[in-house]
Design a protein around this ligand. Structure first.
Ligand SMILES: Cc1cc2nc3c(=O)[nH]c(=O)nc-3n(C[C@H](O)[C@H](O)[C@H](O)COP(=O)(O)O)c2cc1C
Length: 443
């Protein structure tokens, strides 16, 4: 019997790494932000590891927070994907694009073009955009959820209808008879006039090798779950504990069932943000380079997580017995339990912070088996169908994972040895789709 295997996606942002200070690492070219060769190198490294896809987050506003940070996003995800797709063969690319601030016709066209030219390797993370800075770039403000998600449902359907408007057998390309394409099979979609958006169509683009792009979602609100349940095949999750991830994944699966779909057709990806090095000490010091410039701000926050006052004077000591006995994990931050567990292991306050306990995702820090163990535990507990990896520094962090963690996962029969298909749908084991999603009982 073949065991179900996990899938791996990888976050790809600015050309440096998921850590905001990755651009300052001595072996990183600080001008990679604008260097397409760097993005291609990272995509190829991920493909060498047989990752199912790269995930490109996107916001429509400035992402640099201070003079010391780099931007967190690519200059433009569509164009970056086109460059990477030309230099890779198998790996998929999932980009984030706003249902609020793009017109459906533009988005349908760009995504399907990418899907065709990449050989069917594109996914779309359909988010509604909830930050005001993005809205300001369009001279507006963020609407309430009902309006944002109302528009999102229409935009996704309109885009799917446009994708399907060039029927699968419309293209004849017969030089002898002189028929290029059967226009009766490339027809307008007029009927889709909604409350928020409309488009006549057709869209003059034939099917890709996977029909059309795969839809992803990222969110968690009931509104977002309804959109996911109806249309998505993948969810980029944000979960810090195994219990929370199990809960979020089952919410997604229930949303699929409510929409009359098979829950296995939506894959849930948990974030992971490892730092990998031969020894624990080396890994802590590598991670520490990102923490050190911020450490004085972080001490107070750690104190809040543990419910005890902490100051810079205590940085290089472990917590005292008295501090440990009065420490309590702060229930308002789900990362606090982990912080307390590490504190109890006797690390200094500085090293507790070097463990990445204030990062967005769980952070296994040490030799490769620690990351593999984390992934195995989460996957076997049903907390996720796979992971989206946030490498600390792309330049060598992807290779450290591919050479250290991937072979362990393969030996444990948890991750595939090779791609078993050519398209993103093949990689994700989700059905072929062309045109509109089946009408469901949520429609
Ligand atoms: C893991 C994760 C990744 C996300 N990535 C993006 C992103 O790249 N761009 C974006 O504008 N919003 C992103 N979001 C934000 C969500 O799409 C959504 O706006 C937010 O969760 C609030 O949505 P709500 O109005 O449904 O609560 C992300 C959310 C999560 C949980």
């Amino acid at each position: 019997m073949t065991m179900k295997k996990m899938m791996i996606g990888m976050q790809l942002g600015n050309g440096y790494g998921a850590q905001t200070l990755a651009w300052r690492a001595p072996h990183v070219d600080p001008r990679n932000y604008t260097n397409p060769d760097a993005y291609v190198r990272y995509a190829q490294a991920a493909e060498r590891g047989k990752f199912q896809f790269l995930f490109l987050p996107d916001f429509l506003a400035q992402s640099q927070q201070s003079d010391q940070d780099s931007p967190m996003l690519t200059m433009d995800p569509f164009i970056t994907m086109a460059v990477m797709a030309r230099e890779t063969e198998k790996i998929g690319f999932v980009t984030t694009a706003s249902t609020t601030f793009y017109e459906p016709y533009n988005l349908a066209r760009q995504l399907k073009t990418l899907d065709v030219i990449s050989g069917g390797r594109i996914g779309w993370n359909a988010i509604t955009t909830s930050d005001q800075a993005s809205a300001a770039n369009f001279g507006t403000t963020i609407a309430g959820r009902d309006a944002r998600y109302g528009r999102a449902h229409e935009v996704v359907q309109l885009i799917q209808a446009l994708w399907g408007s060039w029927q699968e057998d419309a293209w004849i390309a017969d030089q002898k008879s002189g028929v290029f394409a059967d226009l009766a099979k490339i027809q307008p979609i007029n009927h889709l006039q909604g409350q928020y958006v409309a488009s006549r169509g057709p869209l003059e683009i034939p099917p890709s090798n996977q029909g059309q792009p795969v839809i992803f979602q990222a969110g968690g609100s009931p509104h977002s779950l309804a959109l996911t349940g109806r249309f998505a095949n993948g969810v980029i999750g944000s979960t810090y504990t195994i219990e929370d991830s199990i809960r979020q994944r089952s919410n997604v699966r229930r949303a699929a069932e409510r929409a009359g779909r098979d829950p296995d057709d939506i894959k849930f990806f948990a974030g992971i943000s490892p730092t990998i090095a031969p020894t624990k000490r080396e890994a802590l010091d590598r991670r520490g380079q990102f923490v050190e410039p911020l450490i004085h701000h972080r001490i107070g926050y750690l104190g809040m997580m543990l419910g005890i006052p902490l100051t810079a004077a205590e940085l290089d000591q472990p917590l005292t017995g008295q501090q440990l006995s009065s420490a309590r994990a702060n229930p308002s931050d789900p990362r606090s339990d982990k912080a307390l567990e590490i504190a109890r292991e006797g690390w200094s306050v500085r090293d507790i912070l070097y463990h990445g306990i204030i990062d967005y995702h769980p952070a296994p820090i040490g030799p490769p088996h620690l990351t593999a163990d984390h992934m195995q535990e989460w996957f076997e507990s049903g907390a996720c169908d796979g992971f989206w990896l946030n490498p600390d520094i792309y330049e060598d962090g992807i290779d450290a994972f591919v050479d250290g963690v991937v072979p362990l996962l393969q030996q444990r029969d948890l991750f595939h040895d090779d791609y078993d298909g050519d398209t993103l749908r093949d990689h994700l084991h989700v059905p072929y789709q062309y045109g509109l999603s089946e009408p469901t009982n949520a429609a």
